[in-house]
Design a protein around this ligand. Structure first.
Ligand SMILES: Cc1cc2nc3c(=O)[nH]c(=O)nc-3n(C[C@H](O)[C@H](O)[C@H](O)COP(=O)(O)OP(=O)(O)OC[C@H]3O[C@@H](n4cnc5c(N)ncnc54)[C@H](O)[C@@H]3O)c2cc1C
Length: 468
């Protein structure tokens, strides 16, 4: 862990001014632990800059002194990258302005500390929509979403954050401000620095603001849950839904029987959505620009799929409350697991065509090696992104389960690699997966990534324990 000289702390305090920093243990406490208590850390100073220039001052002082910085947004990251271990903690909580909304450019310019929910609200109040959607939207910030290249439930239609950002303003590791807040949909002028910062997990600079793509508000929306006998049937249903709705599928989420049962058992107000309790359920959302379009398309899709035996039954949400209840089932999966004890969590991606093979093989192999473990596989089938979570046998020994986590991860990740997949689909690598990811990346790719980082941050002051 680094020791930060008092002289550097004093320079940072005077650059940030009153209200721009804190060393108060109570103020710091919530920023030093991850929400599940999986990681905790320490910092000699919480920097709270309220402008891009103040961020530049912090990075400049730290750069000169070779002092490391951990940027933090909403602290909802799931791989530990936002928790400092002796670094200066730079929070974006005071970078909170929506700077502009322009309907001709269809763009919203927001500072890094604006939460996703605030960005949604700002877009809606201007008659537009920012489509990124995830359960942590009340806290996750634009800067964090960019730095983790966040995905969520609408990637199938709109892509990840990489597809939704038109421009970025950031402070680079040398303290200079990169004023890349463009609003262009075409810009072919060499390497795209903004794309390096997206998914950079705070290692190539501090994102201070971004221009985000806006979309029209859609007039109709239909949400349903359908039951399938197999994952393969769910994938066939996805194919049919995509081709029959002309690309109007907003979300296509898989949940296994265990996940539904846990949600019904542990989450208040959640009930089994299908009486037949099928082995697999799929939550489908269709949205369209013409009134009634989504409902009609959903009814057609479900009727044809039932006829052909692709699904066994289905329930179409009759109102907004029911649609929300279906979504709570999906978004509450992590919360529903919690009372059951620790879970090995794997956020993986495989080609959509390999999802069924992956779930089947991983389940069989893990159960053979760790008899009785319970598999809660759910996720964004439309993106090939499965959250493959493994719980201990019922009433099992939690300590033993935790002790086996790394071996379990190796089995799952080896299989993912064999199928041409990724061991981090949407959460990033953080401090949790960096070492492991290095074993799956090709030496060529690793060397290129290290060279880029060394060129931009030769002293490795930005989030030094994260990425390669
Ligand atoms: C209930 C729940 C559901 C979730 N669902 C999803 C999901 O569906 N899809 C998904 O992709 N993720 C999901 N996540 C993960 C998380 O919300 C995202 O990773 C989110 O993008 C993190 O944003 P944040 O502002 O909280 O960032 P933090 O957690 O504060 O930071 C995350 C990383 O970004 C860096 N960082 C933060 N701000 C900046 C900045 N301004 N400049 C440079 N680096 C920065 C940090 O150093 C860290 O490495 C979920 C999390 C929770 C708790």
């Amino acid at each position: 862990m680094q020791t930060v000289p008092d002289s550097v702390i004093s320079r940072l305090k005077s650059a940030l001014g009153e209200g721009g920093w804190s060393q108060d243990p109570e103020r710091l406490a919530p920023k030093l632990v991850e929400w599940r208590d999986r990681w905790s850390g320490s910092t000699p100073l919480l920097a709270l800059p309220s402008s891009t220039h103040a961020v530049a001052a912090v990075v400049g002082i730290c750069g000169e002194a070779g002092v490391a910085i951990t940027p933090q947004g909403g602290n909802t990251g799931l791989v530990g990258g936002q928790i400092p271990d002796g670094e200066i903690l730079l929070s974006t909580e005071r970078l909170r302005r929506v700077r502009d909304i322009d309907l001709a450019d269809d763009v919203l310019v927001a500072e890094a500390g604006v939460t996703l929910a605030e960005a949604h609200e700002a877009a809606l109040s201007a008659g537009r929509r920012f489509p990124l959607s995830l359960a942590s939207e009340g806290s996750a910030t634009i800067g964090g979403l960019i730095s983790t290249n966040a995905g969520g439930t609408a990637v199938l239609r709109y892509g990840t954050m990489r597809n939704l950002v038109l421009g970025i303003e950031a402070v680079l590791p040398n303290g200079e401000i990169f004023n890349g807040l463009k609003r262009l949909r075409k810009d072919n002028t060499g390497y795209d620095l903004k794309q390096l910062l997206i998914g950079g997990e705070g290692t190539l600079g501090v994102v201070t603001a971004a221009s985000l793509k806006l979309f029209p508000i859609l007039a109709s929306r239909a949400v349903a849950i359908a039951g399938c006998e197999s994952v393969d049937a769910a994938v066939r249903l996805l194919e049919r839904a995509k081709s029959e709705t002309g690309g109007a599928v907003e979300a296509f989420e898989l949940i296994g029987r265990l996940g539904i049962d846990l949600a019904a058992r542990h989450l208040p107000g959640i009930r089994q959505p299908l009486d037949s309790r099928p082995p697999w359920s799929v939550l489908i959302e269709i949205a369209g620009d013409a009134s009634g379009m989504a409902e009609a398309a959903m009814e057609r899709l479900l009727a044809a799929a039932l006829d052909e035996g692709v699904i066994t039954d289905a329930s179409l949400a009759q109102n907004e409350a029911q649609a929300r209840a279906f979504w709570s089932l999906r978004e509450g999966q992590s919360a529903a697991q919690k009372p059951e004890g620790p879970a090995w969590k794997h956020d993986v991606a495989v080609p959509i065509s390999a999802i069924a093979r992956f779930i089947e093989s991983a389940t069989v192999t893990l159960r053979a090696r760790f008899p009785g473990v319970r598999i809660d596989a759910f996720g964004h089938v439309g993106d090939g992104n499965i959250h493959f979570d493994v719980l201990s046998p019922p009433g099992g020994d939690f300590g033993a389960h935790i002790a086996n986590r790394d071996e379990g991860a190796r089995i799952v990740h080896d299989l993912v690699a064999q199928l041409g997949g990724s061991i981090s689909a949407e959460h990033g690598l953080g401090t949790m997966k960096t070492a492991e990811a290095a074993t799956y990346k090709s030496p060529v790719e690793l060397a290129a990534q290290r060279a880029i980082r060394a060129a931009l941050d030769p002293k490795r002051i930005m989030n030094p324990r994260v990425l390669f």
